[in-house]
Write a protein that binds this ligand. Sequence first.
Ligand SMILES: [Zn+2]
Length: 345
Amino acid sequence: MVNESSTKRLTCDYFAGLVMDFDELQVSMVVQQADTIDQKTAGADLPKLTSTLRILQPFPGIYAYYDGRILGKRLHSGRPNWLDDGAYSLGIASYAIVDGREALVYDTHISLAHARAVRDHLKRLGATSIRVVLSHHHDDHVAGNEVFCDCEIIALELTAAMLAENRDAMENLDPPIKPLVMPNSLFRDRLDLAVGARRIQLHHFNIHSADGAVLWLPDERILFAGDTLEDTITFISEAQNTAQHIEELKRMRKWPIRRILPNHGDPERIAAGGYDAGLIDANRHYLERIIDPGEREGFAASTLEDAIADDLASGAISYFPPYESVHRQNIAAFKALPGPDPVPA
Ligand SMILES: [Zn+2]
């Protein structure tokens, strides 16, 4: 946690330099819940990187900081890069849960400018005590850590280990995440927290990456899924673990979930309160088919839109064309695996 009023005690040089700018920073804020919150229009002095950032409010006290998923628009460069191809083009959200002076941020977004916008919004809401949770170690979820370097940054031990292992690579990406600020508060399988009156649980799932940490509100039965669930389809980054991902999705499906907020999804659905548990089934269907060599051949011969037609028709997921290239990369990820295909349990 950090107390915003005691910044003189901060040891983080980067943050200390930023504090003075918060009141001056203009942020594009389009809160897409019809009946609450004022809407602020973008000023001429907008930081370029956050000019398409939208702040959504799917539930009272729950905010989504959503950027991207704008056909044909890129943010960082015309060259292939993680920010545009892995996050902005598909759409990405970080979240915050706010109650009075307390806030819990779920992922620090794709750039320092985005993280500053999140922090500035929390300040405007009156939050003075901020903690951060990391959903997993991937670049598009931790790139803003530095802006929260004076806060408690909570993550799985596994996430910390994977960040440490990939630190050099991440600090030399395009764009670089440098310095990569590490989590400073670690847990193993589960951690119970509270933000004001809200009970919060963090749980470990090995889906998408071995270090998935989902955030669960047991009273409201809302699941913040990180990248364990994704609309349109999951990005397969650890193809060798796909059989375990399928089993973990089955375990998740047994929870009494009312709504799901993924980090990559349709902004209109997120603004309207997220997805139902059909999103878990749709992600599982896709993995069950792509793990099967015969099905995968059929996948390779068809478009993604045709391959997932059933789950599109049911409304469990929605089609966004840039996921065609994710689908091709997923097929290629299995081809690149050494040895025999992973076998479902
Ligand atoms: Zn991601």
